[in-house]
Design a protein around this ligand. Structure first.
Ligand code: NDP
Ligand code: 8X3
Length: 259
């Protein structure tokens, strides 16, 4: 049972960014199955339309590039009235581009990771928050990553962007003190979606190898986790959840001998 309705009868409105694939599509399906109205935001229109058709009249496809500051503000200001009162915002759009060490990384990849994972999340959040504050009700769910806490080679800007998301989530809670608005940062480990295909620029073979011989998290695992957080009684705020596949764990510190 979703606990984030705006009043006793209206179904909650859930805006999911990055709903054209992976976690976002699974999150949209999960909330829709529970009776929510869902707004599906991402760049690939056709995928959004297909998902909206699958979910029926309670879903709205919202073609959107989260990096487009004016476009985000306009799209949210122009939401049809039955979708305008967003009760749950899932800031999921994002990804990693490249796995090169910092001294070999492509600056365009770094820009894209900052623009999407950080700035895009900020634009959407800033556009949605005033309505939540005015209604004194809402839930912002950010999709962070274990990469925001634990360093790994090649994680450089991606991990730093997710560390931003973690701290921004906590600071949002500080700004919203006294309001009935929840903020949660979900921090998954490796999950099989299009994430690695995107990271490796379409190299399907390399992407598949990331998950070879083990069972990674699935998009549905993340959707269930997000849904659970949003379904708790409204006085309960889950600050953060870190989850991993049981077969993913930690390595020790690296020591380079000879120095
Ligand atoms: P996918 O690549 O499957 O999905 C990424 C989604 O983000 C797509 O729907 C994509 O849509 C959307 N997106 C990317 N750029 C933009 C943009 N500029 N504007 C709007 N939408 C955009 O990966 P995941 O589902 O795995 O990733 C979802 C989130 O989870 C990301 O933030 C990722 O960093 C995070 N994450 C992933 C993990 C994993 O191992 N899979 C683990 C931890 C966190 P489109 O291209 O149509 O715009
Ligand atoms: C995605 C998980 O470990 O590839 O955020 O960075 S990881």
């Amino acid at each position: 049972m979703l606990s984030t309705t705006t009043n006793g009868s209206a179904p909650p409105v859930v805006l999911v960014t990055g709903a054209s694939s992976g976690f976002g599509a699974a999150i949209a399906r999960r909330f829709s199955a529970a009776g929510a109205r869902v707004i599906l935001a991402a760049r690939r229109h056709e995928r959004l339309s297909a998902l909206a058709a699958e979910l029926g009249g309670s879903a709205l496809a919202l073609p959107l590039d989260v990096r487009d500051r004016e476009g985000v503000a306009r799209a949210i200001a122009e939401l049809p009235s039955e979708f305008a009162d967003v009760t749950v915002l899932v800031n999921n759009a994002g990804g990693a581009f490249g796995l090169e060490p910092a001294h070999e990384a492509n600056l365009d990849d770094w820009d894209a990771m900052v623009d999407t994972n950080i700035k895009g999340l900020l634009y959407v959040t800033r556009a949605i928050l005033p309505g939540m504050v005015a209604r004194d009700r809402g839930h912002v769910v950010n999709i962070g990553s274990v990469a925001g806490t634990y360093p790994y080679p090649g994680g450089n800007v991606y991990g730093a962007a997710k560390a931003f998301v973690e701290q921004f989530s906590l600071n949002l809670r500080a700004d919203l003190a006294g309001k009935r608005i929840r903020v949660t940062n979900i921090e998954p480990g490796m999950a099989e979606t299009e994430f690695s295909v995107v990271r490796f620029k379409g190299d399907e073979e390399r992407a598949k190898n990331v998950y070879k011989g083990m069972t990674p998290l699935s998009a549905e695992d993340i959707a269930e986790t997000v849904f659970w957080c949003a379904s708790l009684p409204v006085h309960v705020n889950v600050n953060r959840i870190e989850l991993m596949a049981v077969m993913q764990s930690f390595a020790g510190f690296s020591v380079a001998r000879g120095g």
